[in-house]
Design a binder for this molecule. Structure first.
Ligand SMILES: [Zn+2]
Length: 435
């Protein structure tokens, strides 16, 4: 029997916030107490000044396996990046090669992730075969084999009738649909936010309406269906109000933010070049304010990363040809602290709910995202006062496409515990072993 005590930490769990101890026995949470526990122990971790949170959940990552060519990331390196960033559960997107559109591919992704341990990997599966938007996949079978959500991420499901059919099957299978909100008719040649900076740089425009029109359409299509519908990586301020209205009308609609859309604007395309090329594109201060308002008032309930590894060779290209996206798992926590806590948008319990119990609820996994006696010990220990500098060379992700390289940030996961075992730790002198 192995016993580990997390001693004297600030336990933030599902809205509760108090100082206490957590005892882990054989991988499970044996006791949570707001008074000191005195057991005979193998290991004690001094958590004074630190936050003890349920393990972080990221519902939007790209691990690029299976892949036909050179891997920008593998499931294994993606898992290491997740553990390094404090995550114990991630949902992988199905835009791999081949795309995850059969039960066999779903099962294979789960088996592959299980080999490494260190993080729970829950794959999503395609809405349409090959993500081509032509034929709906067998959603019930994909869900039965372990798909946690349905999405063609990277592409929108464009056809209205197809979208309705997908939503109907998602509703029947009780699984969320995650939409990549991009009307392709309005983004032909588009590579950055439509506006002054874009006209000055001479790149193709990507209007806000590309995102907003899909949200409006899906809300309309879903009115009579009532599927759990989720907007990925929100970029436009106008999107927030559409979601707010649909929620007020009683629709089960949700949305996620990503760190880059809260910390950078289209000005970054001028200063950072292709490192600021995102899909959807970086917008403007006004959009950031509206997204933060949506986070503050509970319209947006989930913080994701859209961890998108690419080889540097695909970023070191002219802006219009470079790949979209950046990696996020290794540094997202600190970036959200900067965007939301340091800017007084949220307090710690509210922010951590958006990275733990809220995403768990969306993907119908109430056993994840909170600390429960008898439950698996998936725990993140955060030092909120640790100042550090983001360094892509220290990332566990194999990809280095990150515009935040060199940023000074505060707050870090100093330990990640998955199933009772440390998957990452930089605890220094906080560990005391008794034997
Ligand atoms: Zn996407």
């Amino acid at each position: 029997m192995t016993k580990t005590l997390l001693r004297n930490g600030r336990i933030i769990n599902n809205g509760e916030d108090y100082v206490g101890d957590i005892l882990i026995v054989n991988g499970k949470i044996d006791c949570i107490s707001n008074s000191p526990l005195t057991e005979s122990l193998d290991t004690t971790i001094d958590c004074e000044g630190c936050i003890i949170s349920p393990g972080l959940i990221d519902i939007h990552v790209h691990f690029r396996e299976p892949s036909s060519g050179k891997h920008e990331e593998t499931i294994e390196t993606g898992i290491l990046a997740a553990a390094n960033g404090g995550y114990t559960t991630v949902c992988t997107m199905p835009n791999t090669t081949p795309a995850i559109d059969t039960p066999e591919l779903v099962k294979s992704a789960i088996n592959q992730a299980d080999q490494f341990g260190k993080c729970c990997v829950l794959p999503t599966a395609c809405a349409t075969i090959g993500r081509k938007g032509e034929t709906v996949t067998h959603i019930q079978e994909l869900v039965s084999s372990g798909a946690i959500a349905i999405t063609d991420d990277g592409d929108v499901v464009e056809n209205d009738a197809m979208m309705s059919a997908v939503l109907a099957q998602c509703a029947t299978s009780n699984v969320p649909f995650m939409q990549h909100c991009q009307n392709p008719k309005t983004t032909v040649g588009g590579v950055m936010n439509e506006g002054e900076v874009q006209r000055e740089l001479g790149y193709g425009p990507w209007p806000r309406s590309a995102e907003e029109s899909i949200i409006s359409r899906d809300i309309r299509l879903n009115e009579s269906i009532g599927a759990k519908w989720h907007a990925q990586h929100l970029s436009s301020g106008g999107s927030v109000d559409l979601i707010r209205q649909a929620q007020a009308d009683g629709q089960p609609i949700s949305g996620e933010a990503s760190p880059h859309h809260l910390l950078l604007t289209d000005e970054a395309c001028r200063d950072m070049g292709t490192m600021a090329k995102m899909n959807p594109p970086l917008r403007q201060e006004h959009d950031i304010s509206l997204i933060k308002e949506g986070i503050e008032d509970g319209t947006i309930t989930i913080l994701a990363t859209d961890h998108a590894p690419h080889p540097m060779s695909t970023k070191e290209k002219p802006f219009s040809e470079a790949s979209f996206g950046i990696v996020g798992l290794d540094c997202a926590l600190a970036l959200y602290i900067k965007a939301l806590i340091e800017d007084n948008v949220l307090d710690w319990p509210a922010m951590l709910a958006m990275m733990t119990c809220n995403p768990a609820a969306l993907i119908n996994r109430p056993n994840l995202g909170s600390l429960k006696v008898g439950g698996f010990a998936d725990i993140t220990i955060i030092d909120p006062n640790l100042s550090w500098t983001i360094d892509v060379d220290a990332f566990d992700s194999t990809a280095h496409n990150c515009p935040f390289d060199g940023w000074n940030v505060k707050g870090k996961a100093i330990a990640t515990i998955y199933n009772g075992v440390f998957s990452h730790q930089v605890l220094c002198d906080r560990v005391h072993r008794c034997n």
